[in-house]
Design a binder for this molecule. Structure first.
Ligand code: SF4
Length: 362
């Protein structure tokens, strides 16, 4: 059968229900948008049309780029390999510090100038030698059906799928979504309800639910990222609470990334994160039992490299997104003491390097 190459204007969805007052509620994320005919949800890409909720961004993207997998960031998933990255428009959170606001806050379909149906994306990923495809720049939760179809098409050609997400999602679609994901980086944006509510327009509890779900119910490899914003989520107490929760509920082997904020969107008056804040966060996490804690968005080879949790040897050296010394054997174990490094590894690291290469699909 010939693959469809043109994106539909609106794509049918199934996570919604009719309310007694005539509105239709979207059940993809806990925002639970209740829509009259013709209205869009907060994410902008799900809308009510002809008494159903449709996805309006299926097959449309804001552009495609090949990145190192370390940029997602994933440090324990096929290190050194290229990942075809793309996003659409809109978002189901409203973070005042958004670092991708030109896409996620877009209300313009012009942002979605590039089109690519799932088979085209899978073929492009294979053609460029990408080992995985990443749904990133904005949250794939809101383009659920498109992301799943792309992941399935990619699996057919041996390409894995990666979700970069805030984890703010309802249980039923979450279950379906992660059946098709091989890896995820989940933002744990803070560890207070105040931050989630005031700065992101979301709730902490649902994000923690997603993390526990991933750990307990799936085999998806996942890592956690927290963007540390001075004065907002970087207190030692909050970092203590967060890292203790991670070890208690997810175990010591889920990597945590603490990355640097740059002033953006509605938080342009907040200063950059000092490198010492990232180091402090990493130290607190490791003191509390997190075995693999990283600093990100800064030049810090010590904090960006992977060290053996058993013997302390250097396992994967990183300088920004460039890999250096490799201390794993072909089974993903420490060459020095034989301890296995949790994650997804091949016999050798990839050699994509730090390059970022834009690509045209259509
Ligand atoms: S996915 Fe979009 S439309 Fe659905 S509840 Fe969330 S924000 Fe609203």
């Amino acid at each position: 059968m010939m693959a469809q190459l043109q994106p539909p204007q609106s794509y049918p969805t199934r996570y919604w229900h009719q309310l007694d007052d005539g509105r239709i509620q979207c059940d993809i994320c806990p925002r639970a948008c209740k829509l009259h005919e013709g209205q869009q949800g907060l994410c902008f890409v799900r809308a009510r049309e002809h008494d159903a909720i449709v996805l309006t961004s299926y097959g449309r993207s804001s552009g495609f780029c090949i990145d190192p997998i370390e940029k997602k960031p994933l440090n324990h998933f096929l290190p050194g390999t290229p990942v075809l990255s793309f996003g659409t428009a809109g978002c189901n959170l409203a973070c005042k510090f958004c670092q991708n606001w030109d896409m996620s806050k877009s209300r313009e379909m012009d942002t979605l100038a590039a089109t690519a149906m799932p088979q085209q994306l899978a073929e492009a990923a294979r053609h460029y030698g990408c080992r995985s495809i990443a749904f990133t720049y904005n949250d794939p939760v809101i383009f659920h059906e498109y992301a799943i179809d792309v992941a399935q098409a990619c699996h057919e050609v041996g390409v894995k799928s990666v979700a970069v997400t805030a984890g703010f999602m309802c249980p039923e679609p979450r279950q379906e979504f992660y059946r098709y994901m091989d890896a995820a980086n989940v933002d744990l944006k803070a560890f207070t309800e105040r931050f989630y509510h005031k700065i992101c327009g979301a709730h902490l509890a649902e994000v923690l639910d997603t993390l526990v779900y991933l750990k307990q119910e799936t085999s998806v490899w996942f890592e956690i990222t927290t963007l540390l914003i001075p004065g907002e989520n970087d207190s030692s107490q909050e970092l203590e609470d967060m890292s203790k929760w991670v070890v208690e509920h997810l175990g010591p082997d889920v990597p945590m990334h603490f990355s640097a904020f740059h002033p953006d969107w509605k938080m342009r008056d907040t200063p950059h994160t000092p490198p010492e804040t990232l180091t402090r966060a990493r130290n607190i996490a490791m003191k509390n039992g997190v075995r693999y804690a990283y600093t990100g968005n800064v030049h810090d080879s010590q904090g960006g490299s992977t060290w053996c949790a058993s013997c302390g040897e250097l396992l994967i050296e990183r300088d920004w997104y460039r890999l250096g010394r490799w201390g794993l054997n072909e089974h993903g174990e420490c060459r020095h003491c034989g301890a296995a490094l949790p994650g997804v590894f091949e016999s050798r690291p990839g050699n994509w390097g730090p390059r970022r290469q834009p690509v045209r699909i259509s």
